[in-house]
Design a protein around this ligand. Structure first.
Ligand SMILES: Cc1ncc(COP(=O)(O)O)c(C=O)c1O
Length: 383
């Protein structure tokens, strides 16, 4: 049975210690009452002056809250007559009732096969967030991160060139970042590349999913390290690829085994500089064998160099990409280890042979042309 709305209104309490504005608190309380069906459609609301006195707030606060409810269509204001519970509220109450299962029907989303698969795969991961701990493989030493310096540098850069850092940027990532990455790869990882080959993504896992979607048809084989990286595995599973587990020994990825199991493969996923999770470096013989196998199968190799910035001794282990004369290696880097993972920043170094196709005009997210200059779409060369 409905209680009289007036009695309910006097039950509204404003939390004076809250950071939330009084008008917002009042709006939320009134909205909840309205949506719970506490009022009859067409009921007249008390005058704002009466409400203000009853609840103990200013009249302006009440007017603010009422105005919001009127603009949402839950209340109706009639000039000279007052404010009334709107007819459209009945429909809203019916909708929210059925969403809560009052009529016994709760809609469950019909998931695509891809989402079914990935949600199953992702729930097998350990709970997040991971905590820093000795010997943990997935996290840098967050407590050692120079946060004060980072904050200073961030503040300095946020102050300048606002349209460059806050506007819709280059579709493949901030040009200066792409240049810096290309320079760093050349200097530290022995990879000669052009900034145009670098594509900024939201971390290595986004890179794997993107590469999988671009290159692998459902059911096609991906050679995958066993044991291997869970995040990469999930990203490739999402593309409906068939993962072929390939054992690791003291020299790394057992290319011979992989060839016996599945000579026809589309992609191989490896962590040659620091096998995840065993920590091995892949031998040169195995690297050459893998490159040869990729050539023979007309396949590509994903090199995940997730923590190539860290090493003991004078020289870091070389990258597979640095000896890739056939352009078979797609190199993936991330800032999750050298900076921190919540940044969600990584990159793909595409093979140089993947041409850039010009396309114009192209619309931006608001439907307007984002720039008059030509934009390029990244697609592999065909024919
Ligand atoms: C093998 C491997 N590659 C890449 C990453 C980084 O992934 P992301 O850049 O998506 O954080 C991790 C993180 O633990 C990893 O273990």
């Amino acid at each position: 049975m409905k209680r009289h709305g007036g009695a309910l209104l006097s039950s509204i309490r404003i939390d004076r210690s809250s950071d939330r504005r009084f008008s917002v608190q009042l709006y939320m309380a009134l909205r909840e009452l309205l949506l719970s069906g506490a009022f009859n459609i067409g009921d007249r609301m008390p005058a704002t002056r009466t409400l203000a006195l009853e609840i103990g707030v200013s009249r302006t606060t009440v007017i603010d809250a009422i105005d919001r409810l009127v603009s949402e269509g839950l209340l109706e204001s009639r000039v000279g007559a007052g404010t009334f519970v709107s007819k459209t509220l009945a429909a809203q109450i019916r909708l929210s009732d059925s969403a809560q299962g009052v009529d016994g029907h709760i809609a469950t989303p019909r998931l695509s096969r891809m989402t079914e698969r990935t949600s199953r795969a992702f729930t097998t991961r350990s709970p997040l967030p991971h905590k820093s701990a000795p010997f943990i493989t997935a996290l840098p030493a967050l407590d050692a991160f120079p946060m004060a310096q980072w904050a200073r540098l961030s503040a300095r850069h946020w102050r300048k060139a606002r349209d460059q850092i806050a506007g819709y940027g280059e579709p493949f990532g901030f040009a200066r970042l792409r240049s810096s990455i290309a320079q760093q790869l050349n200097a530290a990882r022995g990879i000669k590349c052009d900034p145009e080959q670098i594509f900024i993504v939201n971390g290595a896992q986004h890179a794997f999913a993107t590469i999988g979607l671009m290159l692998v048809n459902p059911g096609e084989a991906i050679w995958f390290e066993n044991p291997g990286a869970v995040g990469a595995r999930n990203a490739f599973l999402a593309c409906d690829a068939r993962l072929v587990p390939v054992d690791i020994d003291a020299e790394g990825f057992r290319v011979e085994d992989a060839l016996k199991k599945q000579p026809d493969f589309r992609l191989a996923f490896v962590t040659p500089s620091h096998q995840q999770p065993l920590g091995l470096v892949m031998s040169l013989a195995r690297r050459l064998a893998l490159l040869q196998a990729a050539k023979d199968a007309d396949a590509m190799i994903v090199e995940d160099d997730y923590d190539g910035e860290f090493y003991y001794g004078e020289q870091p282990p070389p990258t597979l990409k640095s000896i890739d004369t056939q352009e078979r290696v797609i190199y993936v880097g991330t800032f999750s280890k050298s900076l921190f993972p919540s940044l969600r920043l990584g990159y793909i170094l595409s093979p140089i042979s993947w041409m850039k196709v010009s396309l114009r005009p192209m619309s931006g997210p608001c439907g307007r042309s984002t720039r008059s200059a030509t934009m390029r779409l990244w697609i592999p060369q065909t024919g």
